[in-house]
Design a protein around this ligand. Structure first.
Ligand code: 2AM
Ligand code: CA
Length: 254
């Protein structure tokens, strides 16, 4: 790897500290709208700026795609960054939001880091090496009974004014499962599947920067990443993460 997991952790934790500077002064935070129901704050911009600079110092030839600053030309090796995933939660002073960074080389995710500074939970993964939370190896849950399972979802699609807005799907799956959560950060939601806090997570109409880091953490923790038809891979417009044991049972309900 061009950069070690330890170096990446230092960079991402420092970015998290930048975000916490704003979070701890939330009453003075200006919240702006990129579009209806799509928020951006000074914190998002500052964190992304920090990551862009720090990652370029270590990997000067790599491309960069961030939610706030867009994409550079180089697509072969690139960082995919969501400076604050869960900006709405962040702007309300809630704790469930995260800095998400992924490294993609030749179209393949090879490193992922998702840091929730307000919880001080740091998740990371390296392709073929496994996944960790706060330095300890993590693994998806062993749940195999859908009726006993805990699932979570999100409603980014409600902002897109689509007919398929996830509400009917949520009702179907809610009735078939024991626990349902809606936490508001896709990056971090994926990590909760990876370490077995929930057994499956799905969402639609996301972007690659929301899910790239967390998706590698799921896969390296032994979980599955598919679309709603079970096609393996990371498809941000239709993302389904499971512990593997529930995939066949949940697919018909998607
Ligand atoms: P964000 O906080 O970085 O914007 C929660 O359902 C998920 O939806 C989060 O990952 C959130 O990312 C994302 N999200 C928020 N606004 C969105 C929008 N307008 N379109 C698509 N996704 C959005
Ligand atoms: Ca996001």
């Amino acid at each position: 790897m061009p950069i070690s997991l330890a170096t990446l952790e230092t960079i991402v934790r420092t970015a998290g500290a930048v975000a916490m500077g704003y979070f701890n002064d939330i009453e003075n935070l200006a919240v702006n709208k990129k579009a209806a129901r799509d928020l951006v704050t000074d914190a998002d911009v500052a964190v992304e700026h920090h990551l862009k600079q720090a990652l370029a110092e270590h990997c000067p030839s790599y491309g960069f795609w961030g939610e706030e600053s867009g994409q550079t030309d180089d697509q072969t090796s690139r960082w995919i960054v969501d400076p604050i995933d869960g900006t709405h939660s962040f702007s309300k002073g809630q704790y469930f939001w995260a800095v998400s960074v992924a490294l993609e080389i030749d179209g393949e995710l090879v490193m992922g880091a998702v840091y929730a500074p307000a919880l001080d939970d740091y998740y990371c993964a390296e392709k073929g090496q496994g996944a960790w939370k706060n330095g300890k190896r993590i693994h998806v849950s062993g749940e195999t009974c859908l009726a006993a399972s805990m699932v979570s979802t999100g409603f980014a699609c409600l902002r897109q004014y689509l007919e398929d807005n996830n509400l009917e799907r949520f009702c179907r799956i809610a009735q078939a499962t024991t626990g349902q959560r809606r936490m508001g950060s896709a990056a971090l939601d994926l990590c909760t599947v990876a370490d077995g806090q929930v057994d499956a997570f799905w969402e639609q109409e996301l972007n690659l920067y929301d899910v790239a880091g967390g998706a590698l953490v799921v896969m390296e923790a032994g979980g599955t990443m598919t679309d709603f038809n079970g096609r393996p891979g990371v498809f941000p417009k239709q993302i389904l993460a499971t512990n593997g044991g529930l995939l066949a049972q949940i697919l018909p309900l998607m």
